[in-house]
Design a protein around this ligand. Structure first.
Ligand code: ADP
Ligand code: MG
Length: 629
């Protein structure tokens, strides 16, 4: 029977301390990993330089965290287990600019209420060298003299022993263990200056020595991660964004390698997640999840960390400033064409024959290197400064090759030469000199590092797409006429037999069509006429283009939707406009495509997020043939 259904009023009581702590534990301690996180937080706050975590039974049977931090003096020890007892803040002002991981003073009390706890500690007290280390039993409150070096060890045994109902929610030991390890990895990524060791059932299962930030990320997330990621280093106003963003082709089906930190604290934050997501939007395949480690530094007064019991969520005073800074940081490194960066790298360290003969595992499977850049030294702007950006208009690739030989503009870099021959130019050009076309699909080229393979349709599609987007955005200004893609009338309108739906769509979307550079009008009830097409796509098949754009438009009827779907429509147009497979290209056309790729933003991925080129270095080729052994 419900207390409120009886006639007498219910009695209001103060809850006993133990029960209050157990209730708090419900929020703070979900599983062993939560305890690990709290204890490592405390060790870091104590200034530890080495932290050792020992686990039994996935952390359910025991969690022991040992540090060499400042320690807790004898008289303070009993306070550590008291609710709302903390050494980290003492006023509301402190709370507003808190710089420690903890500050609520409830973790140890909560954990002690649902497990068997003990703390042993030795503070740095020069006046008391004898009897300096003490052990406090969390259950009995007994304080015993012990011996140990400076620092603290917290022992947590039989988690949830007092609350068996909660123990039932735990998963297998292996699963709990993996959560514990993940909690430590999160700390380890943020604190490369601290050494970590993790033991399970007496076996060392993870160890990260002190390192620099890059080395630590490599140690924790692996060589693959670091090799295929771009370095972030971006300041905007009061916000600083550093870290690493994975190349688009390393994206995963699960969001399990996304680490975001605010002032060193791991957070799950919608603003940051959205900013990263939107940075990858144009280069990522469908629902793929990018990988990243992202550190946001901001004045602590501009972020409230006291909005969630485990502090995994934060609230920014100005979410937009964070969103923009993160977006600019990630978008910036993703947009720069990486071919050019790689060439700069190669130019700095062109492989000598001796280097090329360095022993390597000849059977390594991953010889097709991702288009990996020299991180952080190169931007799209410097590509433009190279002066090779306006070489040629490859958007017109389907034109007879005569049309592809305009003179090179005088802004071209002196090393540029229209009739490349020999190795000199191929070193200068990031994507090298075209040698041949393979099966009508791939372009083979030779550059300073070795051999480059380009998916010509995928690459060209991106170039056309970026061009169309650029046309729509550069002419955009709030008060100007609606933006239009430049359009070219056809000498003879192209007519085609259309379905009633196509005719209806063409009529309903006349404005949108003209914005897209298309003029499609009804010729008769069953015939449509294409009278103008985008200049960029002038040499394509107008009827095919009209049909695919009408099909796309039919899916998005309201005009606002069209605005949002614009990139999709442009992408469809680009695919239509891009050079087809099996179209044979002259060497000159191939070279023109390579040059355009080198200076087109996002050209390392096609519009669907797949890579457009790969390089195999001479070193890798030598290894493949066991040369120099
Ligand atoms: P909070 O971290 O929010 O202050 P906790 O319950 O986690 O609350 O810890 C209570 C207090 O115990 C801390 O403020 C700190 O003074 C002390 N403490 C806990 N763990 C350690 C440690 N490993 N080294 C030194 N002091 C510690
Ligand atoms: Mg704490």
């Amino acid at each position: 029977m419900n207390a409120f259904s009886s006639q007498t009023s219910p009695i209001i009581r103060e809850l006993p301390d133990e029960l209050i702590s157990q209730i708090a534990a419900g929020e703070v301690v979900e599983r062993p990993a939560s305890v690990v996180r709290e204890l490592v937080d405390n060790a870091l706050d104590a200034g530890a330089s080495t932290i050792t975590v020992r686990l039994l039974g996935g952390g359910v049977r025991a969690i022991v965290v040992e540090d060499d931090g400042c320690g807790i003096p004898r008289d303070q020890l009993p306070l550590a287990f008291k609710r709302h007892a903390t050494s980290k803040i003492s006023s509301l002002q402190d709370l507003e600019s808190v710089g420690t991981m903890g500050f609520r003073g409830e973790a140890l009390a909560a954990i002690n209420s649902i497990a068997d706890c003990a703390v042993s500690s030795r503070a740095n007290n020069p006046n008391d060298s004898k009897n300096a280390a003490w052990l406090l039993d969390g259950r009995s409150g007994e304080l015993l003299a012990t011996a140990r070096a400076q620092g603290t060890t917290v022992e947590v045994k039989e988690l949830f022993f007092a609350t068996p109902a909660r123990r039932k929610f735990l998963k297998s030991d292996a699963t709990e263990l993996s959560h514990c390890v993940e909690a430590i990895r999160r700390h380890a990524l943020a604190r490369p200056d601290v050494g970590f060791a993790v033991w399970h059932e007496g076996k060392l299962i993870g160890q990260w020595r002190c390192a620099d930030a890059r080395q630590r990320v490599q140690d924790v997330l692996g060589d693959d991660f670091i090799e295929a990621s771009l370095t972030l280093d971006h300041g905007e106003g009061a916000v600083k964004v550093t870290g690493f963003a994975g190349l688009p082709d390393t994206a995963r089906s699960r969001a399990d390698q996304q680490y975001a930190y605010v002032n060193g604290r791991f957070v799950r934050d919608k603003v940051i997640q959205h900013a990263v997501r939107s940075s990858y939007e144009d280069v990522l395949h469908g629902g793929r999840q990018p990988v990243y480690v992202l550190f946001v530094q901001i004045d602590p007064r501009r972020v409230d960390v006291n909005v969630h019991p485990t502090k995994i969520e934060v609230r920014f005073r100005d979410g937009r400033e964070i969103h923009q800074a993160v977006r600019h940081a990630v978008q910036g490194v993703l947009a720069a064409p990486r071919s050019s960066m790689q060439a700069m790298q190669a130019a700095q360290s062109a492989p000598s024959p001796a280097q090329a003969q360095l022993a390597q595992n000849p059977f390594q499977s991953d010889i097709f290197k991702r288009n990996q850049p020299l991180a952080g030294v190169y931007t799209a702007q410097s590509a433009i400064n190279l002066g090779i950006n306006e070489v040629r208009d490859v958007a017109q690739l389907w034109m007879p090759s005569a049309a592809l030989s305009p003179s090179i503009p005088s802004t071209a870099a002196p090393t540029f030469n229209t009739t490349p021959s020999g190795l000199e130019e191929s070193i200068t050009w990031p994507l090298g000199k075209a040698i041949a076309q393979l099966h009508g699909i791939y372009i083979l080229a030779q550059n300073a590092q070795g051999m480059v393979i380009v998916d010509m349709h995928a690459a060209h599609e991106r170039i056309v797409y970026e061009r169309l987007k650029h046309q729509l955005s550069t002419h955009a200004s709030p008060d100007a006429m609606p933006v239009r893609i430049s359009s070219q009338p056809l000498l003879i309108p192209a007519t085609f037999a259309a379905t009633p739906a196509e005719v209806a769509t063409a009529e309903a979307h006349e404005n949108s069509l003209s914005q897209l550079g298309l003029d499609i009008t009804a010729f008769s009830a069953k015939t449509l006429a294409v009278r103008a097409v985008p200049t960029t796509l002038a040499k394509g098949d107008p009827v095919e283009l009209a049909r695919s754009v009408l099909a796309e438009l039919a899916q998005h009827d309201a005009s606002t939707v069209i605005e949002r779907a614009q990139h999709e429509i442009l992408s469809t147009m680009a695919c239509h406009g891009a050079v087809r497979a099996n179209r044979s290209l002259t060497l000159e056309e191939m070279n023109a495509l390579l040059r355009q790729m080198e200076t087109t933003e996002r050209s390392d991925q096609c519009n669907h997020g797949r890579p457009t080129w790969r390089v195999i270095s001479i070193k890798e080729l030598d290894a493949l043939f066991m040369r120099g052994r």
